[in-house]
Design a binder for this molecule. Structure first.
Ligand code: FAD
Ligand code: SF4
Length: 512
């Protein structure tokens, strides 16, 4: 073998640049299902199935091209890690070179470099052109910035790409329509919603589902509702379905939540993009075209483009800038264990029961559920960042570390002390009450911080501000909240701290 082309489970682009000089006479493609990847974070069954099923469909495509494929399926090799499986094959195959796209996880870069070094085989690592901002370009952009901010990065990316720009100016006169995009559904709810297009498991996927059920029975989550797009064709159909039926409502309802409505107007495209079945350029171009054809308003399309061109690229840039220290950040000194309810949804808190419940059922929750329900609760409670990070990495079908870790450690837990965002996203139960109908069905009262029916979010919110009062007193974006705390009497503050401590002990106790 001249070149062994290693394709990882989140690199399923059929036109990947790793194939640029592929010579079917001398080269081979190597893929491997490594059980350790499913256990590194105690992965949801649907997440494991998502990766394996998409990989097997992709492998089929490679074989159809008549290329030599070495595919190590879970049940066929005795190795636990990707590195061990590759090392064993290198001993036999002795390729002249290994070629690989830059992985989505810091840990794997070191592992694979070590394997190649030990085998004395050259490893060629290529930059992944899937992303619109390369690691180097991001590093250049960061140069000299004391505090990177997503908004500045996004403006720069809009200029660079020219997307939604007109004569160098942003379409509609401003770059950001966020203010128009924070509506709740009010008392009437979201109205009739068309369900997202489903992708029924074919024979390959059914085999994978059976394998996952058999091999990983003790892993969290369910497989019954598994209907994700797994091929390029299906991913394009999922994109078309979103543009046609949900994009127009995406902007204004972006932050809203509603009981038993997991998707609302969201795209459900993250997994397909992260697996590289879809390119962010085509995703954004299709959304922008819908705006040009007057099928979606500017605020919706700009809101969507900002998530993909702004947030998605920004968190990836920061991930590679700040790893490996990023994974160890714990600026607020959080020291609580992750409550067991994150794995079983057994709680009277309706917002948590809904969000964790749908997560276990589907492997999906939308951004505000992740940030302002499960993430917020962990932040207010003071859960160790690494534990909550491993939970997010485990339970979502779209979870790959480059995107999951900055969102969790940086955005949702403020464990980086304000690198990714300028302030912690803290709120009381009142925020959830405003943005959803969860509280209407809850035994707790979002307005109360003390008493038997006090909302745990509200108790922990005031307690959080109390515990970090010195740090945030005078913070330009939090001082108002701290001032409200300081208006409370000493007795009330003590009662809040006491109830918060009782909550922490109760939740920690549930674990055993
Ligand atoms: P939509 O709401 O339809 O948004 C459109 C697209 O924008 C998404 O598909 C996604 O590609 C991109 N996007 C939106 N927000 C973000 C963001 N903050 N960062 C990066 N991309 C974004 N996203 C992942 O892809 N994988 C993860 O593992 C992941 N973990 C997260 C953990 C936490 C604690 C938080 C707060 C967010 C996380 N996100 C993650 C970001 C975001 O929540 C998901 O991308 C989104 O909910 C996926 O659903 P969707 O495709 O319907 O997104
Ligand atoms: Fe969640 Fe509190 Fe509302 Fe209950 S009252 S749903 S716990 S925010």
């Amino acid at each position: 073998i001249r070149e062994l082309i290693v394709v990882l489970g989140d690199q399923l682009d059929a036109d990947s640049p790793v194939f640029a000089d592929f010579d079917a006479q001398q080269d081979a493609v190597w893929m491997c299902e490594a059980p350790a990847e499913a256990r590194y974070a105690w992965s949801h069954k649907a997440r494991i199935a998502m990766f394996l099923a998409a990989m097997r469909h992709y492998a089929h495509e490679i074989e159809r091209r008549g290329w030599r494929l070495i595919y190590r399926a879970t049940q066929q090799h005795g190795h636990d890690t990707l590195a061990d499986a590759l090392a064993a094959d290198l001993r036999e195959l002795r390729p002249q070179r290994i070629r690989l796209l830059w992985p989505g996880e810091h840990r794997l870069v070191g592992d694979l470099e070590a394997v190649a070094r030990n085998a004395r085989i050259e490893l060629v690592l290529l930059e992944d052109p899937h992303f619109l901002c390369s690691r180097q370009e991001f590093a250049d952009w960061m140069q000299g910035r004391r505090q990177p901010r997503m908004e500045n990065f996004y403006r720069w990316m809009r200029q660079r790409t020219g997307w939604l720009m007109h004569d160098g100016e942003p379409e509609g006169g401003r770059c950001n329509f966020d203010e128009d995009n924070r509506k709740s559904f009010g008392a009437h709810g979201p109205g009739p919603l068309r369900p997202a297009r489903r992708f029924q498991p074919d024979a390959i996927t059914r085999q994978v589902l059976a394998l996952v059920a058999e091999r990983y029975p003790d892993h969290p989550g369910e497989l019954d509702a598994f209907d994700w797009p797994l091929t390029r064709t299906e991913a394009l159909q999922a994109l078309a379905d979103f543009i046609e039926h949900r994009l127009a409502g995406f902007g204004q309802w972006q932050d809203a939540m509603w009981a038993d409505q997991p998707l609302l107007h969201h795209s459900r495209l993250s997994a397909a993009m992260n697996l590289k079945l879809l390119d962010p350029r085509e995703v954004c171009a299709t959304a922008i075209e819908a705006y040009r054809n007057k099928r979606a308003p500017l605020a919706a399309v700009e809101g969507f483009v900002r998530q993909v061109l702004g947030w998605r690229e920004y968190v990836r840039g920061l991930y590679w800038q700040r790893m490996p220290e990023f994974a160890e950040d714990n600026e607020l000194g959080a020291d609580q264990p992750l409550p067991w309810l994150y794995w079983n949804a057994q709680t009277h808190m309706q917002c948590m029961a809904q969000t964790v419940g749908q997560t276990l059922k589907l492997g999906y929750a939308h951004h505000i559920q992740r940030l302002m329900v499960t993430g917020l609760f962990a932040l207010l409670l003071g859960v160790r960042p690494r534990e909550i990070h491993l939970w997010y990495l485990a339970v979502y079908v779209d979870a790959v570390e480059w995107v999951e870790l900055p969102n969790t450690i940086g955005m949702s837990q403020f464990a980086d002390g304000g690198v990714l965002g300028s302030k912690p996203y803290v709120a009381s139960g009142r925020y959830i009450e405003r943005m959803s109908n969860y509280c209407a069905h809850c035994r707790y009262d979002p307005g109360k911080a003390i008493g038997d029916d006090a909302c745990p979010f509200t108790t922990l919110y005031w307690d959080f501000l109390g515990r970090h009062e010195r740090r945030f007193d005078g913070h330009p974006r939090l001082q108002f909240q701290v001032k409200n705390l300081q208006r409370k009497s000493r007795q009330e503050r003590e009662a809040i701290a006491e109830r918060a401590q009782w909550l922490r002990e109760r939740l920690a106790g549930q674990r055993s």
